[in-house]
Design a binder for this molecule. Structure first.
Ligand SMILES: NC(=O)c1ccc[n+]([C@@H]2O[C@H](COP(=O)([O-])OP(=O)(O)OC[C@H]3O[C@@H](n4cnc5c(N)ncnc54)[C@H](OP(=O)(O)O)[C@@H]3O)[C@@H](O)[C@H]2O)c1
Length: 336
């Protein structure tokens, strides 16, 4: 029997998840039914939205049931296919989950199984710039942020998967880029590796002063990945007609009480636009995002930054680590 190692949701977390919220289990490798495709996962993407799936409450995604395999996108190899569009040996993007093997349905099932071209970009890049973080950075900055050369953008969680790409794209568009990240090592990485003009440590005692000094002309775009106290610090620095693009709220996902929002008086006075978005609502823009990201990668205009943990059994540790800020760049698990 070929074993399928799997990681299940065992318990709903209270606040920050712990290893005890997950369960390691084994099952036989599944058989694909008519029209289905069996894949073997090579790389698993770990993303903050998975934290929301662990809660029971209403959200834009259906929560996981207890005992279900943790949800997640993978880059996988097709092992066997009962669909004419896929053949054994194809490399695919799959809704493969936290396990070795998955049975997937081809399009129009959603999320769709898609072939990926590893000549266009390496396999793991399809989970980074060519995948969810890339689409989020592309649509959030270029469509919703309305970037203009010479303006100042602030990006929170600057050294994470999305933030690393927003910073690079904003630089390509001629903006002054100021990152916000946790700790001196991460801030140094954001400047030296990712190319931010400056990066401010939100954990430092002088955070608000340092942010003000780094933005002498105010802030025109806030690419908000964090919320909470970080957004409070950004808020009074927003310029007239500033755009706040709310991509995510890392500082708030593990709270047990809602965080109060910033004062709207400033929004009114400064005519600030604040816009939340979920990338799946912008599916029509994804082919263009993939095409442009591939071109920028091949021209060396953007780079991919990855934080790879080896071993499926270490996925809970890597996931909790990402929520706590241990990752530099895109968090990926090498499954096999
Ligand atoms: N809207 C969409 O459709 C969409 C799609 C994908 C992702 N997102 C959002 O984009 C954001 C970034 O996602 P990602 O995949 O790129 O994750 P990531 O930034 O690679 O990883 C999460 C980071 O959050 C930071 N963080 C954790 N707790 C924090 C706190 N209390 N205060 C400030 N920072 C904190 C940590 O960095 P530090 O070490 O700097 O603290 C950590 O590395 C998330 O909010 C996610 O929900 C949105």
């Amino acid at each position: 029997m070929v074993v399928n190692r799997r990681i299940l949701l065992k318990r709903r977390p209270k606040g920050m998840p712990t290893p005890e919220d997950f369960e390691f289990a084994e099952a036989p490798m599944p058989d694909p039914g008519p029209g289905e495709v069996l894949v073997r996962n090579r790389f698993l993407s770990l993303d903050p939205y998975m934290r929301g799936l662990m809660d029971a409450g209403k959200s834009y995604l259906t929560p996981l049931e207890l005992g279900q395999v943790m949800d997640g996108a993978t880059i996988a190899d097709v092992v066997a296919s009962n669909d004419a569009g896929f053949a054994a040996g194809d490399t695919v993007w799959a809704p493969g989950r936290w396990q070795d093997y998955a049975v997937c349905k081809p399009p129009p099932a959603r999320p769709p199984l898609r072939k990926v071209d590893t000549k266009l970009a390496p396999a793991t890049a399809w989970l980074g710039p060519m995948g969810l973080p890339g689409w989020t950075a592309y649509v959030g900055l270029l469509d919703l942020g309305e970037p203009r050369s010479g303006q100042t953008i602030v990006v929170s969680s600057a050294a994470g998967a999305v933030g690393a790409l927003v910073g690079q794209l904003a630089k390509l568009k001629g903006l002054r880029t100021v990152g916000i990240a946790g700790g001196p090592e991460k801030c140094a990485y954001a400047v030296e590796a990712l190319g931010y003009d400056e990066c401010i440590d939100y954990k430092a005692a002088n955070f608000r002063d340092a942010l003000r000094k780094a933005c002498p002309d105010g802030i025109d775009i806030d690419f908000e990945n964090v919320g909470g106290d970080v957004l409070e610090a950004v808020w009074p620095l927003l310029n007239m007609n500033a755009r706040v693009v709310v991509s995510g709220l890392m500082a708030q996902y593990n709270l047990t009480k809602p965080h109060p929002g910033p004062d709207l008086t400033w929004l009114l006075k400064q005519r600030v636009t604040i816009r939340g978005f979920i990338i799946t609502d912008h599916a029509a823009r994804i082919p263009q995002a993939i095409g442009e990201m591939a071109r920028w990668l091949s021209e060396g205009k953007i780079k991919t930054y990855e934080d790879i943990t080896v071993g499926l059994e270490r996925a809970p540790e890597a996931f909790i680590g990402m929520l706590q800020g241990k990752n530099f760049g895109k968090t990926i698990v090498q499954v096999a």
